[in-house]
Every structure is written in C-alpha cells, then in structure tokens.
Design a binder for this molecule. Structure first.
Ligand code: CP
Ligand code: NVA
Length: 335
C-alpha cells in the first residue's frame, strides 16, 4: 500500500526551495516505493484521468519521456505542447496561457529559458506547475541524482561529499548545490573563477547546509577539490541556449575534464566513488559536436566505468517525476 504526505498535494516545484528538507526526502521515498512497485510488475492508476501539459521550449530526451511514461504507468495522460504550435509568448501572454491550460489540465510541466515563465505559470494556472529546466535551475534532475546517491550509499546521505566540476553557474550546478545542502551532503563546486556561482545562491545553500552540519564550498583547483569525494558530477560545458559561448567555454573548462587521473585523486577510486552526469554527455566521438572536439567534460573510460551511475540516474528521472505527479495530483483512494 502506497501512501504520501497529504501536504504535498497541489504543490508547485519552481525550485527545490518549494519543499522543506523533510518533504524532499518524502518525495524520494515515494519515488523509491513507486520504483519497487513498477519493478514488481504492478501498473497502478494513481493518475487515472489526470491530464498533464508538457511545454518544452528546449529539446529533451529524458525529462519529456520520463513525464510521458510516468503518467502512462499510472493511468494518466501527458500531452507534449511545442511552443511553436501553441500561442504562448507569440500571440498570447504566459499569464493568459497559464489560465487557459489550468482550466484544461491537472498539472503543467515547463522546460525553457526564463525562470520567470515557470513562476508566472505557477502564479496563474491554478494547478501544480513543475520546472523541467530553465536557464537558472533544474530541480527535477536533482531529485533523480539524490535518489541515485541513496541507491549507492543508503538513505542517509549526511556527511557524504559530492564534487561538481565544470560550468559552476549553470542550472544543474545551482539546483544541485541546494539539493545537496537539503540532504546534508558536503557540496564542492569546482569551476574557474569566471564561472563561479552566484554569491547569493551560495549564501542561501550554506544556510540550508548548516542545518545539517554540511558545507558548501567553491574551489578552483580540481585536484584539491576532489580529495575524499564520494561522488563526482559533471554536466555539459555549454548549456542549451548558450551555443555562441562554445569556444570560450572549451578554453576555460578543458582543465576541468573528469578523467581517470582526477578520479584517482579522490582517493576513493575502487572504493566508494561514483560518477554522475545529468546527460546528455560528450564522452566520445559519436555526436555532431564531439566529432569535432573529441570528448569534453568526461572521458569515455570514466563514463563507461563500473562506478558510473549515469543510466540509473537517467532511469530515476522517471521515478522521481512520477513521485512529483502522484503526490501533487494523484488519487490517494486508488493507492
Ligand atoms: N538530464 C536531462 O534533463 O536530460 P534531457 O535534456 O534529455 O531532458
Ligand atoms: N546544463 C544543461 C543541462 C541539460 C540537461 C543544459 O541546460 O543544457
């Protein structure tokens, strides 16, 4: 029998700060219960007759399809809306679109550029709105990352150390910093000075981490940063919408590649070290970009190693998104 905290009903996820630290853990526990249920062959109907709108201004493999499968697994429907096919932003304001979609759908997941779009949707839709990535944050990703860490290290992550290496001020880095802080994980952001995270976000994460005896650090030297790490995490050096910055990013970030010597520098290789990446990743020569550049943020041997957890992490996107949908708009009488 599944159950979840009724306080999670109708809640938005604009950033991870929309949930208390305990509520975030409750979402992870629900995701784990939903995974166990699916693994045992049960398809439920917790989202029976629930309709979810998916607005994607940017491309997606994991997030979009996780939403579709999560909804379908529980008897619901997720409808992909290409912003070029609907009027949002061109002929109709975000505010009006929110009010219309909120009359039709039970929830809305948005991926796109501006954080303010998610916030406006949440303000006016009258139904839960989930942030599926903006330029500033990627909270649903971090739920999957924490679930993956729990699979490796157990449910209590307090005192573990995660080192994020790469573009220190992108959406994933920002949300990961807060997610680790809320879970009591020591977080190190290893990045060149030019790409350091926003000071206010760091201050907020430090306040949160302090409640758990955890730390949030910005470090510029990779070998120093990774010492004692339990998890190394990286992301693309050029996020969607920043393609014109490619040359500069490659110049700044080449010394920040996650490779075997860097994994060795953790002192935990062959022990309790895992590698995480939100994906997609440039680790080989098999993409249009990396055919020209070669592997970028991670080498192929690390990506394919036995301590790489990237495909568990990708799968966990679906379980965690399902937990968000079920807790916000699910029918508990069908649990
Ligand atoms: N990690 C992630 O958000 O992947 P997609 O861009 O494929 O959704
Ligand atoms: N920082 C990356 C994450 C992709 C899931 C981007 O925004 O493109």
């Amino acid at each position: 029998m599944l159950s979840w905290n009724p306080a999670l009903a109708k809640r938005h996820l604009r950033t991870l700060s929309d949930f208390t630290d305990d509520e975030m853990l409750e979402l992870l526990e629900l995701a784990e219960a939903l995974k166990r249920r699916k693994d045992s062959g049960i398809r439920g109907d917790l989202l029976h007759r629930r309709n979810i709108a998916l607005i994607f201004e940017k491309g997606s493999t994991r997030t979009r399809n996780s939403c579709v499968v999560a909804a379908q697994d529980e008897g619901g429907n997720a409808e992909y809306l290409n912003p070029h096919d609907i009027h949002i932003g061109h002929k109709e304001s975000v505010k009006d679109t929110a009010r219309v979609l909120g009359r039709l759908f039970d929830g809305i997941l948005f991926r796109g550029f501006r954080q303010s779009t998610v916030e406006q949707l949440a303000e006016y839709a009258g139904v839960p709105v989930w942030n599926g990535l903006t330029d500033e944050s990627h909270p649903t990703q971090i739920l999957a990352d924490l679930m993956t860490m729990r699979q490796s290290f157990g449910a209590d992550l307090h005192g573990r150390k995660l080192v994020y290496i790469g573009d220190g001020r992108n959406n994933v880095a920002n949300s990961l910093m807060m997610g680790c802080a809320k879970a009591g994980v020591h977080y190190v952001n290893c990045t060149p000075a030019e790409l350091s995270p926003d000071a206010e976000l760091v201050a907020r994460a430090r306040e949160t981490a302090a409640r758990h005896g955890a730390t949030v650090t910005v470090e510029h030297d990779p070998k120093t940063a990774v010492r004692g790490a339990n998890a190394l995490y990286t992301d693309v050096w050029v996020s969607m919408g920043e393609e014109d910055k490619q040359a500069e990013r490659l110049r700044l970030l080449r010394p920040y590649q996650v490779n075997m010597p860097l994994c060795e520098a953790t002192g935990n290789l062959g022990g309790e070290l895992i590698f995480l990446h939100c994906l997609p990743a440039f680790h080989d020569f098999e993409t249009e970009v990396s055919r020209e550049t070669g592997p970028l943020e991670v080498t192929d041997d690390v990506f394919e190693s036995d301590f790489s957890r990237v495909f568990d992490e990708a799968e966990n996107r679906m379980h965690t998104i399902k937990a968000l949908f079920v807790s916000a708009i699910g029918d508990s009488s069908r649990a």
